[in-house]
Design a binder for this molecule. Structure first.
Ligand code: NAG
Length: 615
């Protein structure tokens, strides 16, 4: 009896000890099992010829559950079968050669979905253009994916007409989903699609597709210059659609995607992820904070996708009695700050939040599957073994990793912030950016820990605690995020220096209390004897830059400080922010109501700091 008692007590003590030492043991096991399931599925896809793509997965869902709603949009319900047939019509209407790239300039909605699937049915790679871009940027993005066809929504007619002469000169076929209005070189596609049969095109069109065939181009604002087209091969497309499964989305969930579908998050994690689960999605043209919960109630949404901004906007709305009247049980996404996380759950009820870290040009992702507030992920044993990665010391002044005497990088101790680098291997390949070998090379970091090794430079500063939770700290280099979009500082600089009174320009993001990301600021020097022309500057930035990239603040400098290697010094400027107490030189703020930049006053500043200014 006494022996048994001792054994039981011993076992209890061991369990108790394990629970304290490894509190996440069960969750880790469950998650690793899921990762292995995903891995074995992807192995199977790879063995198939032609490759088993997201489209094949879609067609299988259509066979299995043709009448299940796939897309809910406004008051429309589109079943899987209906979307299949609509995409057949697109494929029949276009009849393009397999392999020719097509660029889409479309807002969120069912049309985008069947365009995308229809083009995949023809074996055509699809380039997803950001719908905010215009003129020079639009042309650049279109060109760098090597597309020969552009299909634009009717609402983008003006943007297309601006670049039409250039496109036509390059023999591009330009379609508009609406009335072409007699514009030469602009073709209407709407009628053509309506008149086409809804029967499938031969699947032999896709016979040559392998795991390494180009499937998609998604744009990211990289470290410098204009946006870059990230080339996503068929196999890498599958790197995202399993996120819903990994984060616990179930077959009977209704997933709300309020994010733009031209980003990897909305298109691949949201939409393709929904196809992988065979579930219903709710789409909306643009995210609307006032409609969000109304939509959730209207469509019986049970899960939604977010970025940090979405959650903050939701928390910033006035409290109502209906805050907890919804069926949402799960939110998946990234960029959620710890304070907003807690506020969201306090206010809207016990929604399970699954935060993750992923980038469309990245090769490693993390998921915070235990819901630890503030962390973007948990690094488990499997990832450590299969995807060697490290956080290394980074010199913010010189904007490069710290190297030791042998020229090797230096890992940071646990708990300290370092730059995330991931070893490029066969299992974690980095294909780079389309038509941009220079930018591609910039993301490759060589001789990191050994001579000849190559790592992917994520550009993200992260911190890992002693429990293997990983936290996002900041972005480095020449981009910052604002309103969920990456802003490339060089692109903004290029636009600013087109103004003839500006001599030099240094663009960076400054933090504003109560907002995610950073708000754009341009420090400029003026040409000798010239004044700052506020009105002209305003008109110019509105013409050339999307709303999120326009510098909110402009600061006039006497001279531009450069580093020893002639790089512009940003660190001090970023630190000084936009505080008129600190900055003695002229400081302007963009004011939409007066269609100009106006001097920033102390009271403007206080209002911004107090969160009383809308951006
Ligand atoms: C597939 O490749 C073969 C051999 O290169 C070629 O003859 C055929 O036209 C290709 N099929 C398609 C649909 O591109």
């Amino acid at each position: 009896m006494e022996v048994l008692y001792t054994v039981v007590l011993g076992a209890a003590l061991i369990l108790f000890f394990c629970f304290f030492k490894f509190p996440y043991f069960l969750q880790d096991c469950r998650f690793m099992r899921k990762m292995l399931v995903v891995r074995s599925k992807r192995m199977k896809f790879r063995e198939k010829t032609p490759f088993y793509s997201v489209l094949d997965c879609f067609l299988d869902v259509v066979k299995k559950q043709p009448h299940k709603p796939f897309i809910l949009y406004e008051d429309q319900v589109h079943t899987y079968l209906q979307v299949d047939q609509a995409s057949n019509k697109v494929a029949q209407a276009l009849q393009l050669h397999a392999g020719s790239t097509v660029a889409l300039l479309l807002e969120n909605g069912p049309v985008l979905v069947w365009m995308w699937l229809g083009l995949f049915k023809l074996g055509c790679p699809v380039s997803m253009l950001n719908t905010n871009i215009r003129t020079k940027s639009l042309l650049h993005c279109f060109r760098c994916c090597g597309a020969s066809v552009l299909i634009a929504g009717a609402e983008h007619r003006e943007a297309v007409c601006e670049v039409l002469p250039d496109l036509l000169a390059e023999d591009v076929r330009v379609y508009i989903l609406g009335d072409a209005g007699g514009v030469e070189g602009l073709h209407s596609l709407t009628e053509k699609i309506q008149q086409s049969p809804n029967t499938p095109v031969p699947h032999t069109l896709r016979d040559n597709i392998t795991m390494s065939s180009t499937g998609l181009f998604i744009y990211t604002s990289g470290t410098t210059g204009l946006p870059k087209a990230t080339l996503i091969p068929q196999d890498k497309i599958w790197g995202a659609p399993f996120f819903p499964y990994l984060t616990g989305v179930k077959a009977d969930d209704v997933l709300y995607i309020p994010l733009p579908l031209y980003h990897g998050a909305g298109l691949l994690i949201g939409l393709a992820g929904a196809i992988e689960r065979g579930i219903t999605v709710v789409l909306r043209r643009k995210f609307s904070v006032s409609q969000f919960w109304k939509d959730c109630r209207k469509y019986d949404v049970t899960a939604f996708q977010y970025i940090g901004e979405v959650m903050r906007y939701l928390c910033n709305t006035p409290k109502t009695d209906t805050d907890r009247q919804h069926k949402v049980r799960l939110a998946i996404g990234n960029g959620l700050r710890a304070d907003v996380w807690q506020e969201f759950q306090r206010r809207f009820g016990s929604v399970d939040i699954q935060e993750f870290y992923a980038a469309s040009d990245g090769i490693l992702s993390f998921i915070n599957y235990v819901g630890k507030v503030g962390a973007v992920g948990r690094v488990n044993f499997y990832q450590k073994k299969m995807f060697p990665h490290a956080l290394i010391q980074y010199d913010a002044e010189r904007e490069e990793p710290v190297r030791d005497r042998e020229g090797r990088c230096v890992p940071v101790p646990t708990g300290e912030t370092g730059l995330l680098v991931v070893k490029i291997t066969k299992l974690a390949p980095f294909r780079g950016y389309a038509g941009n070998p220079e930018q591609t090379e910039k993301k490759r970091l060589r001789d990191v820990f050994e001579k000849g090794d190559v790592y992917f430079n994520s550009g993200d500063l992260m911190r890992m605690d002693n429990e293997d939770f990983i936290y996002f700290q900041d972005r480095i280099g020449d981009t910052f995020r604002w309103k969920g979009e990456n802003v490339a500082t060089m692109e903004v600089s290029d636009v600013m220096t087109m103004l003839e009174f500006i001599e030099d320009c240094n663009v960076y993001g400054v933090e504003v209390p109560g907002h995610e990301g950073r708000i754009g600021m341009a420090a400029v020097t003026l040409k000798e004897g010239r004044e700052f022309e506020a009105k002209e500057a305003f008109i110019h930035v509105c013409n050339f830059l999307p709303v999120y990239a326009r510098p909110r603040f402009i600061r006039i400098l006497e001279s531009m400080e450069l580093t020893g290697t002639f790089k512009q010094v940003k660190v001090t400027l970023v630190k000084e922010g936009f505080n008129p107490e600190v900055i003695s030189q002229p400081l302007y703020v963009l004011q939409e109501s007066s269609h100009s930049y106006v001097p920033l006053t102390h009271s403007d500043y206080s209002m911004i700091i107090a969160g009383q200014t809308c951006f």
